[in-house]
Design a protein around this ligand. Structure first.
Ligand SMILES: [Ca+2]
Ligand SMILES: [Ca+2]
Length: 295
């Protein structure tokens, strides 16, 4: 939007310059006033247009991937009671936002896949819901083929490392849940709840809340997010290098890990350390996903 407005501004002022330049000398001396007025008007229009919705970062363009944040390698304490030391061995990129309906619908249109229901909450920049783990993986593969980048789901360890953003509390903003920072439900399970910045009983448009210290929106709440990993009841035998934990150690790959809580879950489900799962083939009104990318 800004580039477009800058170009419009330049074009408007240039056309007045041309008028002035093409005018006989005696007249040109008297024309700066409309020229300046034009520029001022263009500036006014341009700056007014800048004050548009602050959601532009969650709207990728057709044929392009989403805006990504580079997550540096590093170590952190994963989980809670107890924690365990995990080293993210390689830097990776993680999407700033959950995948939206607008993005997923482009994929569905192009490959002839059924579009998931939006429950009449709206499509566009709402996070896509009613997509299973296989759908999410297919989307990542399609976008990889379209762009030449390697998109995938984040591993469970990568997800928590990114959600924490260097913090050790329950949520990136502290130990107290707050509707100022995330979209979630009532304190007692289970229903949507609106309060403060959280105006939504159901899903909120992606990017409606402040980013965490790594620049990521909605890691807590809005929709649960699929991770690559197969389900294990505990972390016994889990890798400590940030890689995906699949069928090893009796992993159940018919179930896949979910992270982050969602719009109708109570705040304890939003904790950075909280683990959950769903059957891989099942979509849900509570579940969407976000993409990671190999660097
Ligand atoms: Ca809410
Ligand atoms: Ca989320």
């Amino acid at each position: 939007m800004k580039d477009t407005n800058d170009n419009l501004l330049k074009a408007a002022c240039r056309s007045w310059r041309d008028v002035v330049a093409g005018t006989p000398k005696g007249v040109a001396a008297r024309t700066p006033r409309p020229y300046l007025a034009c520029c001022l008007l263009a500036v006014l229009l341009a700056t007014t247009a800048y004050a548009g919705p602050a959601l532009a970062t969650c709207e990728s363009r057709p044929g392009e991937g989403p805006e990504m944040v580079v997550i540096d390698a590093g170590a952190f304490e994963m989980g809670e009671n107890p924690t365990r030391r995990v080293t993210i061995a390689r830097p990776f990129a993680l999407a700033r936002c959950e995948v939206t309906f607008a993005e997923y619908d482009r994929f569905a249109d192009e490959v002839g896949r059924a579009k998931p229901e939006d429950e009449n909450w709206g499509r566009g920049n709402r996070p896509v819901i009613n997509v299973g783990w296989e759908d999410a993986r297919a989307y990542a593969l399609w976008l990889s083929l379209r762009t030449g980048h390697r998109y995938r789901l984040p591993t469970e360890a990568e997800w928590e490392y990114a959600a924490r953003g260097g913090t050790t509390e329950a949520y990136w903003w502290g130990d107290e849940a707050s509707h100022e920072f995330a979209n979630y439900g009532k304190d007692e399970c289970c229903d949507g709840h609106a309060e403060g910045r959280d105006e939504w009983i159901n899903t909120a448009p992606a990017g409606s809340f402040p980013t965490n210290p790594f620049g990521l929106h909605d890691m807590h709440g809005n929709v649960w997010e699929w991770a690559q990993d197969c389900w294990h009841d505990t972390y016994d035998g889990a890798p400590d290098d940030g890689s995906a934990w699949l069928s090893e150690n009796n992993g159940d790959c018919s179930r896949r890990v979910l992270r982050g809580g969602s719009w109708d879950f109570s705040p304890q489900f939003l904790r950075s350390a909280l683990r959950n799962w769903n059957t891989a083939g099942d979509g849900s009104v509570f579940v969407g996903f976000r993409l990671a990318r190999d660097l």
